[in-house]
Design a protein around this ligand. Structure first.
Ligand SMILES: NC(=O)c1ccc[n+]([C@@H]2O[C@H](COP(=O)([O-])OP(=O)(O)OC[C@H]3O[C@@H](n4cnc5c(N)ncnc54)[C@H](OP(=O)(O)O)[C@@H]3O)[C@@H](O)[C@H]2O)c1
Length: 338
């Protein structure tokens, strides 16, 4: 990434930034999140275009997207997204820190040796300190344990989250990728210590609906919010792949997580049928995929990734049509179940 801070001029946030996106309460907490949030997993590494990254975040915030989601190992290389975000924060968003919800996570591999992975107190506490340094922050708004650790006692992992809150290094805490029963246990352990499990970050999209099998009910019972990640199936649930696989796409540029062989003709045909319904609704495919998740009020926010400001704008406009008719829902179910 080149750090040309002159090329797009100084930033002053759009004065009407709070006129577009609705805010939804995160479970029974005091935290309101924008219905659409933006994640920095891809497109914010050192090999990516810094000005583009900066423009994505400006576009998001100008439309009221107050929540930026990071993790210790977003990059590449690991840590790069937090470093680049720290620079953007310094250049553009410093006056707006109190208008932002910035999250980070630890739980996947981050540094070599036995203390840079999973869920020990040793790992989580050190990782948050590193994240704060990379981003130039005193605290994050949300800190997540990024995935379950089958070996560390849950009491230790939750104890680490509780300690972060006690120390003021995280305002709220959450878990990601935890199944329903483990989420309940985690919430109980945290609750006994006096810390609320504020939010869960599960994978959820039209094509990955595991959360409907118990997790959302559990979160509803607990009053824990939910923010859905990879809501567009990394780009499959957009019009991006309808005419083949473009060069400028995650499937070609970065095959680590989205392999082009997984974008089958059958899958594309399903998206084509869904896209026809989106068109009737006056929406893009991406907009309909986001709106479809927001129809459940247990979903606090939909966490999208974007590779350009244009995609950000497209996704923001989802909020112009969040309602589905019974008939549309039935048609969508038919396509998804076929
Ligand atoms: N907790 C976890 O374990 C976990 C795991 C994964 C992700 N996450 C979080 O969730 C965030 C989102 O995940 P994701 O990036 O996989 O989400 P996604 O929203 O499912 O996919 C993002 C990709 O979809 C394409 N796209 C987005 N908007 C579009 C539009 N309007 N039109 C056409 N294409 C569009 C872009 O692909 P191209 O790049 O091809 O243009 C973009 O990079 C991450 O940044 C991260 O914060 C969390």
């Amino acid at each position: 990434m080149g750090f040309d801070n002159q090329s797009i001029g100084n930033y002053r946030a759009n004065e009407s930034r709070y006129d577009t996106i609705p805010y939804r309460r995160c479970g029974i907490s005091g935290l309101l999140l924008p219905a659409i949030s933006v994640g920095l997993w891809h497109n914010f590494g050192h090999a990516d275009n810094f000005t583009n990254a900066r423009e994505i975040l400006r576009t998001a915030f100008d439309h009221g997207i107050t929540h930026f989601d990071l993790a210790n190992n977003y990059g590449p290389p690991y840590g790069a997204a937090e470093e680049n975000f720290g620079r953007i924060l310094e250049m553009d968003f410093k006056p707006y820190r109190d208008e932002l919800i910035i999250s980070s996570k630890a739980g996947w591999d981050m540094w070599p040796g036995p203390y840079g992975n999973y869920g020990s107190k040793k790992y989580l506490i050190a990782s948050l300190d590193q994240s704060l340094k990379r981003m130039g922050l005193d605290y994050v708004d949300i800190f997540y344990h990024h995935r379950p650790d089958p070996e560390t006692p849950l009491e230790e992992t939750m104890g680490a989250l509780h300690q972060m809150v006690q120390q003021g290094k995280a305002l709220y805490v959450g878990v990601s990728q935890y199944p329903a029963a483990l989420t309940r246990e985690a919430a109980e352990i945290l609750g006994k210590m006096g810390t609320k499990l504020c939010i869960h970050q599960p994978r959820y999209s039209m094509m990955d609906r595991w959360v409907e099998e118990g997790l959302l009910d559990e979160l509803g019972r607990q009053g824990t919010g939910a923010i859905a990640f990879s809501p567009l199936e990394q780009g499959i649930l957009t019009n991006k792949y309808l005419q083949g696989i473009p060069e400028k796409s995650r499937a070609i540029k970065d095959g680590r997580y989205l392999q082009k062989d997984n974008i089958t003709l059958e899958l594309v045909e399903k998206v084509r049928q869904l896209d026809a319904i989106a068109k009737q609704r006056g929406q893009s495919m991406a907009q309909m995929a986001i709106a479809w998740l927001l129809k459940d009020d247990r979903i606090t926010s939909v966490l999208v990734g974007v590779s350009s400001p244009k995609q950000m704008l497209d996704n923001v406009q989802t909020v112009n049509n969040l309602k589905f008719s019974e008939n549309e829902l039935k048609e969508i179910e038919k396509i998804l179940g076929s």
